[in-house]
Ligand binder design. Structure first.
Ligand code: NDP
Length: 251
């Protein structure tokens, strides 16, 4: 991709899953990559797996002060942030009637509030510097209703609207877009789905399989690159065709 070499990239929730694949991809593109995550063990693991990382930082995106401290610490490292991959997120599979207020808050705190905290810190630096790109992690769950994920669905719908609003206010200095994957096989999915459930998901997907973290990483790389210089304020779906037909998807 054009224009990624030497760029400073911060990836939240980057210690495993899609975030870790994205870290590897940006390193391949010649970028300087820092991973922020709250999972200490996963951070140690990725430090061993990707020794070319410029740094890792242990922080919880749902804590606004911790995010501010993390960015201040990183200011000593980089000469300015170029790309934020705002990826950290959680999901808990539960019927609507069983979601507790605490669980609802936890999902919103990470998936929506955390995204706002990191985005604002990043945008402040990009506006004061030479601009940049912010890519927010949405989901097809933000576009359609899915059973047992009312909190997650609502949080991801919020991310899509946050993306549009940020794109309007931060243009022309900062581009902001949202990536909406469907089913991607990561530790998050493996924790919530049995092999039987995963096979049922595959059968709903026209391309006949779940997505791979590396495929989402490739979309992030394109959207962050100069090849996407005229793209801002939109969401991009990568789902193997899952939501293309609505009810018509099921023959
Ligand atoms: P994983 O659970 O595999 O990885 C997410 C990483 O983010 C974990 O290391 C996790 O740590 C970390 N994290 C979670 N909450 C926080 C937090 N508050 N602060 C810092 N780090 C945090 O998830 P995926 O790779 O599957 O998902 C990544 C993103 O992609 C999420 O936003 C998810 O909603 C989205 N997505 C995923 C899809 C999929 O099918 N996998 C589909 C569509 C969207 P810990 O282990 O402590 O939770």
């Amino acid at each position: 991709m054009r224009g990624l070499k030497g760029k400073w990239v911060l990836i939240t929730g980057g210690a495993r899953g899609i975030g870790a694949a994205t870290a590897a991809r940006f390193l391949e593109e010649g970028a300087r990559v820092v991973v922020l995550d709250r999972d200490e063990a996963a951070l140690e693991h990725i430090e061993r797996d990707l020794p070319a990382l410029s740094g890792t930082i242990d922080a919880d995106v749902s804590d606004a002060e911790a995010v501010a401290r993390a960015f201040e610490e990183l200011d000593d490292l980089w000469q300015g942030l170029d790309v934020l991959i705002n990826n950290a997120g959680i999901s808990v599979r539960k019927p609507f009637m069983e979601i507790t207020p605490q669980q609802w808050r936890e999902v919103m705190d990470v998936n929506l509030n955390g995204m706002f905290f990191a985005a604002q810190q990043a945008a402040r630096r990009m506006l004061a510097g030479e601009g940049g790109v912010i890519l927010n992690m949405g989901s097809t769950n933000g576009l359609m209703g899915y059973h047992y994920y009312a909190d997650y669905n609502a949080s991801k719908a919020g991310v899509i609207e946050l993306t549009r609003s940020m794109a309007l206010e931060l243009a022309p200095t900062v581009r902001v877009n949202c990536v909406c994957p469907g089913y991607i096989l990561t530790p998050m999915q493996e924790a919530e789905y049995t092999p039987k459930m995963l096979r049922a998901c595959e059968s709903k997907i026209p391309l006949g399989r779940l997505g791979r973290p590396e495929e989402v990483a490739a979309l992030f790389a394109f959207l962050a690159s100069d090849d996407a210089a005229f793209i801002t304020g939109h969401y991009f779906v990568m789902d193997g065709g899952e939501i293309a037909g609505g009810l018509a998807s099921q023959p």
